[in-house]
Design a protein around this ligand. Sequence first.
Ligand code: ACO
Length: 349
Amino acid sequence: MTSTQHPQDPTSALRHEAGASRGARIIGTGSDLPEEIRTNFDLARTLDTSDEWIRSRTGIGARRIAAKGDKTSDMARRASQRALEASGLTGRDLDMIVVATVTPDRPLPSTASLIHHQLGARTDCAAFDVAAACGGFCYGLTLARAQIESGLARYVLVIGVELLSRIVDWTDRGTCVLFGDGAGAVVVGPTDASSTGRVLATALGVDGSLTESLTIVAGGSEEPPSDEAIAAKRHLVRMNGQEVFKAAVRYLSEVSARSLTQCGLTPDQIDWVVPHQANQRILEAVGDRLGIPTSRMVLNLERYGNTSSASIPIALDEAVRGGVIKPGQHLLFCALGAGVAFGSAVVRW
Ligand code: ACO
């Protein structure tokens, strides 16, 4: 499909399609990871930690760190170009660009606007950032699905991208060992009843009583940037790990069950869970609750750590390109992060 085959107003053409059978489908995936690998052993040289502690508590062995000068939008652009190439589309075909990130290039404008320009999208293509932290990819996918199923858009680019190495406190062993940098992207497009692939269900939620358990206090309107805030490191990530852990086990299980119920599938019908990669022990506990062993989960946590909103689309891209995920298989995505905001989706590939 080329840009010349698309009407400038995609909704006018879509209104003529059979609304009842229109669905949304992931038609291309892409990812981008920095070259620098920072292992647990590297961290243990400057921090009071060890490979044994980090691995046994989290399952993480290494993480990628963006090169100096590389920006969130750079990783997002490269991942998007790969996803567009895989889908056979160009930036001009897009009707909406959603960037899920908590590490935008700048507070203003949105990173999505930067990507919009770099990909050569049309001026009637919407673009905006979604702030739902590690849950952001599921929020973006839900938006894409709704836009496409309603006929308001034909092609939506959903990007999860984080440059967390610039917002963590590298002297805080309780947080910095967890995170890494990376980007993943998917192109979502329309499908009909004759097609196998489809987003079958999506579910979202928030427990706003837990906002303090994972936060950056300074840098926003509550406490604008100041020398004092920086000296006290209030512009960096703060976390109550045990609170987040408990919330993750509870809500990842609940929100996954909601998606499964919505599309009438049972856990044994899920071929692969592609989860947010936060912690091996969280995923084992969620797997126990759902009745899905970690052997049916796509995991890259050991190599990349927690890349927040990027973790699901990176894992998905690697599994698709590696031939692990096959047409007709049922996938379950689930994610949770600061907010605490969480989401899930069931997809037939
Ligand atoms: N190396 C060595 N020791 C450490 C480290 C470290 N990197 N970090 C903490 N410790 C110490 C603590 O200081 C504490 O020492 P103390 O007993 O002398 O006080 C001890 O280890 C136990 O600390 P806890 O915080 O109780 O350790 P816990 O078993 O809870 O593990 C962890 C901490 C790994 C952060 C865990 O709580 C966790 O993974 N929580 C989920 C948080 C998460 O995933 N956040 C990511 C963003 S949200 C998301 O993506 C879901």
